[in-house]
Design a protein around this ligand. Structure first.
Ligand code: ZN
Length: 161
């Protein structure tokens, strides 16, 4: 078990790792399998819903998403279908202490490779649909803070309440 260091946007210089576009995985080798295992350990330890490889410093198109039943492993994920719309709160393990409101599709279908190299599709709704979009955005160097109408500080909100 290995828990990886999650890059904090405040420590990531301008045009740093979080802002780069990740490259597709061409060969699912031992390094990629280790990365998947470590990303799942890291996601569990952080109590997160999703994690993308660039957040742990690896510019490869690899994402893990906890859909409430299990942690999905998505290699070279692509959104192939979206339906509906939802507006809700979003946060990011790389942007600690903040949250914002982002509009996303209500239902998202993703095509990806599993760890055996087999293509599969998976559909998520609500929070899972949001996580698919959020994590795939990471692979393109996009943070939710780019899309949020407003980014708020969690501590400020708690003080207000
Ligand atoms: Zn994120």
């Amino acid at each position: 078990m290995a828990i990886l260091n999650i890059i904090n946007v405040n420590d990531d210089k301008e045009n740093g790792t979080l802002r780069k576009k990740s490259r597709p995985v061409e060969q699912i080798n031992a390094r990629i399998l280790q990365l998947l295992d470590d990303m799942k350990d890291t996601l569990r330890a952080a109590n997160g819903i999703g994690l993308a490889a660039p957040q742990v410093g690896v510019l490869r198109r690899v994402v893990v998403v906890d859909n409430g039943e299990k942690i999905l492993e998505l290699i070279n994920p692509e959104i192939v279908k979206t339906e509906g719309e939802q507006t809700g709160f979003e946060a990011c393990l790389s942007v600690p202490g903040k949250y914002g409101t982002v509009k996303r599709p209500m239902r998202v279908t993703v095509k990806a490779l599993d760890r055996n190299g087999n293509e599969f599709t998976v559909t998520g709704e609500e929070l899972t649909a949001r996580a698919f979009c959020h994590e795939i955005d990471h692979l393109n160097g996009v943070l939710y803070t780019d899309l949020a109408s407003e980014v708020l500080d969690q501590s400020e909100v708690e003080e207000d309440e």
